[in-house]
Design a protein around this ligand. Structure first.
Ligand SMILES: Cc1cc2nc3c(=O)[nH]c(=O)nc-3n(C[C@H](O)[C@H](O)[C@H](O)COP(=O)(O)OP(=O)(O)OC[C@H]3O[C@@H](n4cnc5c(N)ncnc54)[C@H](O)[C@@H]3O)c2cc1C
Length: 278
């Protein structure tokens, strides 16, 4: 394990900047990669919802770090996973890294999802790469709240873009898949499939806890649904960000009470009903 330049960021020991080595790399689907990194510090501290900020090349281009949700941890062996999709230069550079290479990483950053009481009914709604933080949350909930009812709604444009459908199926959790083109599971947006399920199901809405992550339009819609049905719902926002440690205020989200919150350190997890999507 390499952690040769570990130093505390800010006035707490909770976030560090370290040089961290890549242990494994998997190309899961076209353009989608999973990296396992070696950081006992981050893996021990990480909670579902936290993210890491990665300098993807040793030079000045791209200048800014890129944010990735913590996708999983192996606390015993100090492993830390990220799952990402290649969308531009930064993620492309990251996809070219190999086991043994090191990355300059700041983390764990941000707040985390609320972990519910044991009597709650849990619904996770992931769209596309939204699976990245929700998988980590799911593994914690599945482990800690085994007795609970838990439903995973997994959506994508088409069946080839569904990530982890088989993996989730293997867990025996109730899985509802949705694709825009109907090539797998129910046809339509995952948010509408979720809404239909809630409306037709015999759920005690006051007992439901909903978590969601995905593209902004999807999170806007899930927030509308949460408001309409008065559901407790947390969303993880993936706003563009610069410093990632709360200094630049470049990643703010506006709340309905008129305040601005930094997605990096006040979030990335927010109560869906509080966000002002206008
Ligand atoms: C807290 C947080 C957690 C994240 N977790 C993950 C994750 O687990 N897996 C993952 O694949 N991605 C995640 N992202 C998004 C990821 O940071 C971006 O995809 C990445 O920064 C893109 O860098 P790039 O240089 O490849 O693309 P760029 O060249 O910067 O951009 C390429 C395209 O992607 C768009 N884009 C870039 N960043 C974002 C963003 N943050 N939100 C929406 N669109 C964007 C740009 O507008 C452009 O169209 C997360 C972002 C945040 C803020």
């Amino acid at each position: 394990m390499i952690q040769n330049s570990t130093k505390a960021i800010g006035n707490t020991n909770m976030i560090t900047q370290s040089s961290i080595s890549i242990l494994h790399k998997e190309n899961l689907q076209e353009g989608i990669f999973k990296l396992t990194l070696s950081s006992s510090f981050i893996s021990k501290k990480a909670k579902p919802g936290n993210f890491v900020h990665i300098k993807v090349t040793p030079n000045d281009y791209p200048l800014l770090r890129r944010a990735f949700s913590i996708h999983g941890t192996d606390k015993k062996n100090g492993g830390l996973e990220i799952l990402f999709k290649v969308v531009g230069k930064g993620t492309e550079a990251l996809s070219k890294k190999s086991p043994g290479d090191t990355l300059d990483i700041i983390g764990p950053i941000g707040n985390s999802f609320y972990l519910p009481e044991k009597n709650k009914e849990i619904m996770l709604v992931a769209g596309g790469m939204g699976i990245a933080p929700l998988w980590f949350l799911f593994t914690c909930l599945n482990h800690r709240f085994r007795q609970n009812k838990l439903t995973f709604f997994l959506g994508a444009k088409s069946k080839n873009q569904l990530i982890y459908a088989e993996k989730l199926k293997a867990t025996k959790t109730r899985l509802i898949t949705a694709t825009d083109d109907g090539s797998r599971g129910r046809k339509g947006k995952v948010t509408e499939v979720f809404l239909k399920e809630i409306k037709k199901g015999n759920y005690d809405k006051s007992n439901l806890v909903v978590y969601s992550c995905g593209p902004p339009m999807m999170l806007k819609r899930i927030s509308e649904i949460a408001k309409e049905l008065n559901l407790f719902c947390q969303v993880s926002l993936e706003t563009h960000m610069a410093c990632g440690v709360g200094a630049c205020w470049g990643c703010v989200a506006k709340l309905k009470n008129g305040s601005y919150q930094r997605v990096c350190v006040d979030g990335p997890v927010f109560d869906a009903r509080e966000i002002d999507w206008k």
